[in-house]
Design a protein around this ligand. Structure first.
Ligand code: AMP
Length: 505
């Protein structure tokens, strides 16, 4: 959390237009990373900053970048328009978010500073047209940016002054290494560079060698995740796979986990399994499927990474499957407790996985050595009554049902694809065939399972939870909405009390 004694935005020598935009965003004071990074960046230093998602890292580089660009335009004789800033991010979704953040900060100087996102959905011809106008800042994934550099639609050799590598640890892990190396050959010899990363691993070290010159390293005092007063982290041991499903069902159905929740699993099939399972109990869920990215950008590997998505007001992250690495844990947990909001992470662990979880914990342990993942106090025997229903639901979610659920989503995506619209206009028969293809029935939902009879509610919770009453109202409202809205798109905007989302990683 920010220190009230900290240097305020108004004492950083920022352009009044930036201060106005910051005020409009409602930011009363800089976050820790912003307080440290902005003054150093304005002095012209290269920075290597360990900054977790949610720490305010985007503005930590965007504010000084905009200040430097404004300063450049205000001084010197009629400066030639050129691309002076480049922000590289690992995914298209992050590119969209970064650009949107920069644009919000540049709201009062939009005429002077133009920002382009070359990873956006438009085809490369329209991107080339945007680049011909020489926007002041370009945001994109390494492959897209390299593409434009190779085609000369983007030329940076004489103009680039500032390079940002955001989520640098992911940049290498997504296989952009070769592209990054080729891309650097198109840059001038001297430029200022910021490298932001949630973790400092070997890949980040390698990147540091490649792009930074005498950087100031900002590890900051804060841990990689917010402290326990903001982010509560728990673990719960489940004896079997079935127990995991049983516990999840009970937690959601009894409203023991409240607010918008993100459920993480380790494969795409598992996310559909979970969705179909929860649907059996009328718990509305959507899957963030990397194969079906936002805006019908099918089969584009850069588009489909859920890790970078900025979900607003996620109150709980549930690791239904254990994260494969400590970094993955941090990235998942970073989806909640963003900015100064509270959050909760609950990790399900099987007995055979406990030593792996221990390794993750070791890394998270603070300097005082205090345990980070507290045991989640829950008596499994109290939900034994739910087991019969849980088994019944698990049986309905067959491999065939999962396959059909995936197919159904692909079909929906094709039917609503902007890109295919013209094709279908020219080939209406194909559209008809697709529409009247065999209807798919992923899994039969038995309505009675949506209801929790009072005798199933654990005695300690009777009178405290009224699951079925609340659920009934919510479910019918959501089903109505679900018919007209794509849950992937709406997840960002709606402030629902609960909408679990299953994310494979
Ligand atoms: P980031 O770490 O860049 O993904 O930012 C996480 C969230 O923090 C975003 O939704 C920002 O709008 C918000 N944020 C950034 N800086 C501040 C600040 N100084 N005060 C309050 N919220 C902020």
């Amino acid at each position: 959390m920010a220190d009230p004694e900290a240097l305020g935005f108004e004492h950083m020598g920022l352009d009044p237009r930036l201060l106005q935009a910051i005020a409009d965003l409602g930011w009363s004071r800089p976050t820790l990373i912003q307080e440290k990074a902005i003054p150093l960046a304005l002095e012209g230093k290269d920075l290597l900053a360990r900054a977790r998602t949610g720490s305010g890292k985007t503005a930590a580089y965007a504010i000084p970048a905009l200040q430097l660009l404004l300063h450049r335009k205000a001084t010197g004789p009629a400066v030639e328009q050129a691309v002076r800033g480049l922000v590289l991010v690992p995914t298209k979704e992050l590119a969209r978010q970064a650009r949107s953040m920069i644009q919000q900060l540049a709201a009062y100087c939009a005429r002077d500073i133009r920002v382009a996102d070359v990873s956006a959905a438009e085809d490369s011809a329209s991107q080339r047209a945007v680049l011909m106008e020489k926007p002041d800042m370009v945001v994109g994934t390494p492959s897209r940016v390299l593409n434009h550099l190779q085609q000369d639609s983007l030329v940076l050799r004489d103009s680039l002054e500032l390079l940002v590598l955001d989520e640098a640890d992911l940049l290498f892990s997504f296989g952009f290494e070769e592209e990054l190396k080729s891309l650097l050959c198109h840059l001038p010899r001297i430029y200022q560079a910021f490298l932001m990363s949630a973790t400092f691993n070997e890949d980040v070290q390698a990147l540091k060698e490649l792009v930074l010159h005498n950087p100031v390293t900002l590890k900051l005092q804060e841990s990689q995740l917010p402290g326990p007063d903001q982010l509560r982290q728990f673990q719960v041991v489940c004896q079997t796979e079935e127990d995991k499903f049983l516990l999840l069902y009970a937690l959601l159905k009894l409203s023991l986990v409240r607010g918008k929740s993100l459920l993480f699993v380790n494969t795409l099939d598992r996310s559909y399994r979970l969705r179909l399972f929860l649907e059996q109990f009328s718990i509305p869920t959507c899957v963030l499927n990397g194969e079906l990215p936002l805006c019908s950008r099918a089969s584009d590997p850069e588009a489909g990474v859920a890790r970078g998505i900025d979900f607003h007001h996620v109150s709980a992250v549930l690791n239904f499957d254990l994260p494969p690495t400590p970094e993955a844990y941090i990235h998942r947990a970073g989806r909640t407790a963003r900015a100064n909001n509270p959050g909760m992470v609950l990790t399900f662990v099987l007995p055979t996985e406990q030593s792996h979880l221990h390794t993750i914990e070791e890394l998270l342990r603070g300097e005082n050595g205090a345990p980070v993942l507290l045991p989640y106090q829950f008596r499994m025997e109290e939900i034994e009554g739910f087991r019969y229903r849980c088994r019944d639901a698990m049986r309905s979610v067959t491999k065939q049902a999962i396959r059909e659920a995936r197919l159904k989503e692909i079909k929906e995506e094709l039917l609503h694809s902007e890109r295919l619209k013209t094709y279908f206009e020219d080939n209406p028969r194909d559209l008809q065939l697709l529409r009247h293809d065999l209807p798919l029935h992923p899994a039969v939902v038995k309505p009675h399972l949506g209801h929790v009879p009072d005798y199933l509610v654990p005695p300690a919770l009777r009178g405290l939870v009224h699951p079925h009453k609340k659920r009934k109202k919510l479910a019918s409202k959501k089903i109505k909405k679900a018919k007209t809205q794509n849950p992937l798109r709406s997840f960002r905007h709606r402030k629902e009390r609960r909408r679990p989302t299953a994310v494979p990683s």
